[in-house]
Write a protein that binds this ligand. Structure first.
Ligand code: IMP
Length: 434
């Protein structure tokens, strides 16, 4: 068994939720390491459907420990709403849900600023408007308020007041900031604190102890590599470290403790929000992928932009994360498409680029160089054995592996947990997954 990082290899929404859901059965602990309540993972429990944004879905499995690491930013009202919904379904949190005291709070002024920045921006990012960016800005500017600070009401209130006055001074014309009331935010958060205080811990210490006891941790990132604040398509990124390195800084677990890194990629590509996307399909084909793949945000409902598989981007993700393997998701969405295209390089002002460029403005000018492969025009939905996939589909998978240089360990053929091909092999064996 192993401590494994699961990381998105594209622009998020790759299907990490399903993979984490499958794998969490074999792990003792699921730890979230960055992001806030933007990523949505819909879980179905009996007749009920809940969208989880913060609480790892591992909470639904009996006996599993779930941790929100220090790298996560927490909108406390939203977290409590999720916990309440889960408790109504008889999910128990005591003794197996922990929140890092070091995690920063997303406060009402962060949401106001998120929306205001987008409205004023010359080039919009297309954020989720959940206050994530401004909360991380405060963290980096060393004026953020951490969830553990709620322990000292006087200190919390002073910081809150100071921050709100500062924001108002920075944006004097913002009417929403003017209407925010310190006492109301303070009172609300004190109440919330009473609800969650029993879950607050030094999560780095707890994770270290669990690992020493021989427990196995699954580290779950939000968003994906190309939305990472350092390594993504800056400035069209989220404000945290979504790549594998973030798992260590976002939980306080040493890199020496990590045994494997699994990347998640769709069999095609999607992106939400603004920013360059070389393989985007803006035509009817793109629309049909969107419909077939149900590519609408679980959080904002926004239609996702769709396009062909981009091997340049995945190769880059494989390198910066050190991917040992990939899970290839939503293969069945390609069932009707013929031919299928795969981007192998970019053409930039006459040059052939085989490496992902550092600058978004260069990426925006890149033209994809495609290889055309035959489609399979046959349903693969729910296929459980690779040998039963149509030959053209098997060739597609093998070709992607060759192009990105990383083996596919899991292949998803439908939304359900059981609609998955798990490829046995020494790697999965060493991770204790087969
Ligand atoms: P923010 O994280 O709300 O600041 O948004 C920054 C960028 O990341 C925008 O392009 C969002 O659409 C994108 N983004 C944020 N969360 C997600 C997610 O869960 N899936 C996909 N894209 C996301």
């Amino acid at each position: 068994m192993a401590n494994l990082i699961v990381v998105g290899a594209q622009w998020g929404d790759e299907g990490k939720g399903k993979v984490v859901d499958i794998l969490s059965e074999r792990f003792d602990v699921v730890a979230r390491y960055q992001g806030g309540n933007t990523a949505g993972h819909t879980v179905v429990v009996g007749e009920d459907k809940i969208v989880l944004h913060l609480v790892p879905s591992g909470i639904l499995r009996k006996g599993k420990i779930c941790v929100l690491g220090n790298g996560v930013v927490i909108d406390l009202g939203e977290l409590i709403h999720e916990m309440d919904q889960l408790e109504r379904l008889h999910v128990r949190f005591e003794d197996h849900f922990f929140i890092s005291r070091r995690a920063h709070l997303v406060l009402p002024y962060h949401k106001v600023l998120d929306v205001a920045h987008e409205e004023r921006a010359a080039k919009k990012i297309g954020t989720t408007g959940r206050g994530i960016g401004p909360a991380y800005v405060d963290k980096m500017a060393r004026v953020g308020i951490r969830i553990g600070d709620l322990h000292e009401p006087g200190l919390f209130r002073d910081r809150l007041q100071h921050n709100l006055l500062e924001k108002r001074a920075q944006f004097p014309e913002n009417p929403a900031l003017a209407t925010l009331d310190v006492e109301q935010i303070f009172g609300g958060h004190r109440k919330h604190y009473e609800r969650i205080r029993g879950f607050l811990v030094d999560s780095a210490q707890i994770l270290d102890r669990l690992i020493r006891e021989g427990k196995h941790v699954l580290f779950e990132g939000a968003q994906g590599t190309l939305l990472d604040v350092d390594l993504g398509t800056y400035p069209y990124v989220t404000s945290s470290s979504a790549t594998a390195g973030g798992a260590c800084t976002g939980t306080g677990v040493s890199p020496k403790r990590i045994d494997g890194i699994l990347g998640i990629s769709k069999a095609y590509t999607t992106r939400v929000g603004e920013g360059p996307f070389p393989t985007e399909l803006t035509d009817a084909l793109g629309e049909s992928v969107r419909i077939r793949g149900q590519e609408f945000g679980a959080t904002t409902g926004r239609p996702r932009r769709t396009g062909w598989f981009d091997a340049v981007g995945i190769r880059y993700a494989a390198r910066v994360n050190g991917l040992d393997a990939l899970a290839l998701m939503k293969l069945d969405v390609l069932d009707e498409l013929d031919p299928i295209q795969v981007c192998t390089a970019y053409r930039y002002r006459g040059d052939l680029l085989t490496e992902f460029p550092n600058e978004s403005n260069i990426l925006a000018e890149c033209q994809p160089v495609y290889e055309t492969l035959p489609g399979w025009r046959q349903s693969t939905v729910g296929t459980l054995e690779e040998a039963k996939l149509p030959p053209a589909c098997r060739s597609y998978i093998r070709h992607l592996e060759t192009l990105v240089g990383v083996p596919m360990a899991l292949i998803s053929t439908g939304p359900r947990r059981d609609q998955t091909i798990i490829r046995p092999g020494p790697l999965l064996d060493s991770w204790g997954l087969v």
